[in-house]
Design a protein around this ligand. Structure first.
Ligand code: LLP
Length: 422
């Protein structure tokens, strides 16, 4: 299978040497492998064969339209959480009815735009949102197909900042209140309730939390059906983890078996919203060493990428594997190195005391598993440019987002004429 791998001592993205792209576009840049994206999608889809399942790619993981279009071409819909993601998905070729609108804080405008686009499913997260959607939809003479996102009070056993299914988290409707919300939805104008949704967190590396949540949801489906409600859809969210370091991942087929065992006989259409699993390992961030220095007994490599380009290490203490683009000698000497960015924050650190081969100014590094929640979470902090994104397919590569330019960045500010400039 194609990969990011060394050939003849140099790292390649599929059949393209990383150095060829860096000479063309400079550093830092994100690089995605189309073949890995396709492969990930194929594996995911085939695990659920036999189930009445659809995949709505969680656009938040990587919202470049090239990535969305690639999945759209393979049959995916989209899971979106904002008007921007909705518009991007439509622009990338996904029709409204294949779009699920998730998110804990949808505004009236966002709901109206989604209705205008014919959004296939609203995942409602509160009674307040239900009332607002009813108002907006009835004013427009439309009916919104909804499911309720349930908070099952299950601990996903992942980083606490990406855990979403505990009772005290802001997401979903409290388990015990769902039946009441369903009763109400049934009589509200402009609302057509069809089922339930659940998403308990991200980067899960164990299946038990999924099983726990799914069993609770299955019980709720039975309870609601017994009350005469129509439950024909289930949205099981995303959350499957990937390898960043040495995680042992459960098999997709075991995950699918849980879904089959718990819901297989219930006659439900099941939606999955994978994000990270489809894109994470398909992307890298390439960066160049700007300076080497020693301080306080530590060695630092200061690279040209920073926390504004990839915030995961700063925000979640996340580990990303870091490899030199020139293959290190097997069994060659390594020593601890702090790999840091140029941003003026102590937390702008990619790796602490990482065992790295001898490193010099001008060397290129790649940060692995950066295809999900990388470019999408970047900012222009320190007035830095947004880094470009490149997609590789075989021996072809295309810049799918250029480096942002300074004129646009600086030109967005407006200085009031009442501020004296002299
Ligand atoms: N569906 C819903 C409702 C979600 O909130 C999420 C992710 C997904 C699906 C996709 O989950 P995935 O398959 O990617 O795990 N920025 C964090 C991750 C935040 C995830 C937010 N929700 C990170 O870099 O780890």
């Amino acid at each position: 299978m194609t990969d990011f791998s060394y050939r003849g001592g140099k790292l390649f993205a599929e059949d393209v040497p990383i150095t060829e792209i860096s000479s063309f576009i400079g550093t830092p840049f994100y690089c995605y492998s189309a073949s890995i994206l396709e492969d990930n999608y194929r594996r995911f889809a085939s695990a659920f064969q036999g189930l009445n399942a659809e995949i709505c790619y969680a656009v938040k993981a990587n919202s470049n339209q090239a990535v969305i279009s690639l999945f759209a071409g393979m049959g995916a819909g989209a899971d979106v959480v904002s008007e921007g993601e909705l518009r991007r998905s439509v622009a990338a070729g996904i029709s409204g009815e294949k779009i699920v609108f998730s998110g804990v804080g949808k505004s009236a405008t966002e709901l109206a735009v989604a209705l205008e686009y014919g959004c296939g499913q609203f995942n409602v997260e509160s009674e307040s949102e239900l009332n607002l959607l009813s108002e907006v939809a009835s004013d427009m003479g439309k009916t919104a197909t909804i499911v309720f996102r349930v908070n099952p009070d299950v601990d996903a056993d992942t980083h606490h900042k990406i855990s979403t299914g505990r009772a005290g988290d802001k997401f979903g409707i409290q388990f015990e209140r769902v039946a009441e919300a369903y009763d109400r939805a049934r009589i509200l104008d402009g609302i057509d309730p069809r089922g339930l949704a659940v998403h308990i967190g991200s980067q899960l590396t164990r299946l038990d939390p999924f099983r726990g949540a799914f069993e609770k949801i299955a019980g709720l489906v039975r309870e609601l059906r017994a009350k005469g409600h129509v439950i024909e859809r289930l949205d099981l969210g995303g959350g499957l983890g990937i390898v960043y370091r040495d995680e042992i991942l459960p098999n997709l087929s075991d995950y699918a078996d849980i879904v089959r065992n718990v819901f297989g006989q219930m006659g439900l259409k099941i939606t999955f919203e994978p994000g990270r699993r489809l894109t994470g390992e398909a992307g890298i961030l390439v960066t160049e060493v700007l300076h080497m220095k020693e301080s306080g007994g530590r060695r630092f490599a200061i690279v040209d990428a920073a926390m504004n380009d990839l915030i995961r290490p700063t925000l979640y203490d996340a580990w990303h594997e870091i490899e030199p683009v020139v293959e290190p000698e097997n069994g060659g000497p390594v020593s601890p190195l702090d790999i840091v960015g140029p941003v003026c924050e102590t937390g702008d650190v990619f790796a602490v005391q990482r065992q790295m081969p001898e490193t010099r100014v001008g060397d290129l590094f790649v940060l692995r598993s950066a295809g999900a929640y990388g470019a999408v979470m970047s900012s222009t902090y320190n007035s830095r440019q947004l880094v470009p994104e490149v997609m590789v397919k075989g021996d072809l590569y295309t810049v799918i987002r250029p480096r942002s330019d300074f004129d646009t960045l600086i030109g967005m500010d407006i200085v009031p004429d009442w501020i004296a400039t002299e």
